[in-house]
Design a protein around this ligand. Structure first.
Ligand code: IMP
Ligand code: MG
Length: 191
């Protein structure tokens, strides 16, 4: 995990933020704690960490290095649909896993679980391939937005029902590279 730059270094991106919810340091501490717990729980099981591109990239990169046991990593990509289509639970796989997951211990790594519809679809898809086990680790969670009850084994932070950016999460493709999590100024964020 490389040392984060100060917020001011991000110029116009940082100026779009009205409030920092979790600093880079707070996120780092949480990621280390998750890595420690996962290392203990999965010791001897050689888990395959599965992430969804692109939002999970910063979290996966940091979580991987906070895990101290042997692991493998693989990625999926899903098509981004409109909000209405997503609300019906429709997700299209743009890129499938490279690895075969039958009889493997799968740890599904997510940046954010919001309604849970995307994750629900992907978990059903992966379960059909008969892994030995499948659990979910999400860094951010919005429990009040959940439409489907999903078992989340590892949760970094619970969030209120607000749109957030940074640490992989974007607004119209931007802000993923901020090392902290923040709220956008209302003049920038118009849903
Ligand atoms: P859902 O759980 O199916 O509603 O979808 C979760 C996905 O929506 C996440 O992986 C993000 O890509 C996106 N998302 C949800 N909430 C936020 C947010 O506050 N900021 C940025 N992206 C979000
Ligand atoms: Mg995501």
């Amino acid at each position: 995990m490389i040392k984060s730059l100060p917020p001011e270094a991000y110029g116009e991106l940082n100026e779009g933020i009205t409030r920092v919810l979790f600093t880079a340091e707070a996120i780092e501490a949480k990621v280390y704690a998750l890595g420690k717990q996962i290392s203990a729980d999965y010791n001897g099981r050689f888990p395959l960490l599965v992430g969804v591109l692109n939002g999970v990239v910063p979290f996966m990169a940091d979580l991987l290095r906070a895990i101290t046991i042997p692991v493998e990593v693989d990625y999926l990509a899903v098509a981004s649909y409109s909000a209405e289509t997503r609300a019906r639970g429709l997700v299209r796989l743009e890129k499938d896993l490279d690895e075969t997951i039958k009889d493997r211990h799968i740890l599904f790594v997510e940046d954010m679980v919001d309604t849970g519809l995307t994750l629900n679809y992907l978990l059903q898809n992966l379960r059909a391939r008969e892994p030995a086990s499948i659990e979910v680790c999400t860094l951010f969670n919005k429990p009040r937005r959940r439409l489907i009850n999903l078992p989340l084994k590892y949760i970094g932070f619970d969030l209120p029902d607000r749109f957030v950016v940074g640490y992989g999460l974007d607004y119209r493709g931007k802000y993923r590279n901020l090392p902290f999590l923040g709220l956008l100024k209302p003049e920038i964020f118009n849903p």
